[in-house]
Design a protein around this ligand. Structure first.
Ligand code: ATP
Ligand code: ZN
Ligand code: MG
Length: 302
């Protein structure tokens, strides 16, 4: 049995993750959630971003904002839309009959105004653009959301619904670059504080198709994306647990984000994969938090 399935089975057996019958869709135990809550509290203690504006969006976003973001151009394979039954009583009778006969009933569902959020920062940009130009000094935001990506896998670190904690900086190129490099350092310190081995590397997003390969190479060459890699299922193939993204003026152009001087704003975000961090901790220190090394327990539970 490979390592991934092995860890997943051990997590199921320990009751930390709960099998729903769908790969990448799991329930979480109280102990698992406690680790995430404690780690988020640790992030808050390390973040000098006490001035960040806290915003919590639900895990679904405005479909028009999703369409405007260009997500379907880059990652159509990962997106998840919300469809609903919008028919009359006769349609309902047909629907139930369809289900009873084991036929496909989903084709008749209609698209709603809601799309599942693919990354915690996507709903932010149009929201901030709507406010008008940014104030002096730009903007700094603290986000957390469940995110959906259609990438079913036996790898417990590749879920379809997972939480991303993000800090987002909107401002001048200098401001957002400084924000990102600060977080690359801070992220490593934070993860080391809980006894995990870290490695920082350049990365690229899985842009769709042949043209996407070029976009990915370009992203890597320009160092637009860095990842903090931590062993989860394997010591050799590490897992990206934090991402540091510089979008240049992509979202600024897309949504008309302006600095106080009327220039197109640049944006950068740091994203913590909260389940991945919890999984890295369980993989490294054992499935019972009571047995974790004292310094790690102290960092998390005080
Ligand atoms: P990967 O290369 O492993 O697919 P990613 O580049 O898609 O990761 P981002 O798009 O940068 O990741 O997302 C931000 C963070 O969210 C990642 O650093 C990771 O910790 C987490 N994350 C991404 N995809 C998943 C997933 N399928 N399951 C759990 N966490 C995820
Ligand atoms: Zn982001
Ligand atoms: Mg991915």
């Amino acid at each position: 049995m490979d390592m991934q399935t092995n860890l997943l089975d051990r997590l199921f057996d320990a009751g930390l993750l709960i099998d729903t019958g769908v790969d990448g869709l799991y329930g979480r135990s109280g102990a698992f959630e406690d680790v995430i809550a404690r780690f988020e509290a640790l992030i808050a203690r390390h973040a000098p971003e006490a001035t960040a504006e806290v915003i919590r969006f639900p895990p679904g976003m405005n479909r028009a904002h999703f369409e405007g973001s260009g997500y379907m151009k880059s990652f159509p394979q990962l997106a998840g839309t919300v469809h609903s039954f919008c028919g009359c009583e006769l349609d309902h009778v047909n629907l139930l009959q369809c289900m009873a006969e084991g036929d496909d009933w989903t084709g008749k569902q209609e698209a709603t105004d809601v799309v599942l959020t693919p990354a915690a920062c996507y709903p932010l940009y149009p929201t901030i653009a709507k406010r008008g130009p940014l104030p002096e000094g730009g903007g700094l935001f603290d986000l957390q959301s469940y995110c959906f990506r259609h990438e079913p896998s036996k790898d417990p670190a590749r879920m379809q619904l997972f939480r991303m904690r993000e800090f987002v900086r909107i401002g001048t190129p200098d401001d957002v670059m400084a924000f990102r490099s600060d977080w690359m350092e801070r992220g490593s310190t934070l993860v080391s504080a809980v006894g995990l081995d870290v490695e920082l590397d350049t990365a690229n997003d899985p842009f769709f198709g042949r043209a996407g390969k070029m976009l990915g190479n370009n992203q890597r060459e320009q160092k637009l994306k860095f990842e903090l890699l931590i062993p989860v299922t394997s010591a050799t193939t590490k897992t990206a647990c934090l991402s540091f993204n510089y979008h240049q003026d992509h979202f600024g152009q897309t949504w008309g984000l302006k600095t106080v001087n009327g220039e197109t704003a640049h944006t950068a975000c740091v994203g913590f994969g909260l389940e991945r961090i919890a999984l890295a901790l369980f993989a490294r220190h054992g499935l019972d938090t009571a047995d974790w090394p004292e310094p790690v327990r102290k960092a998390l539970w005080g």
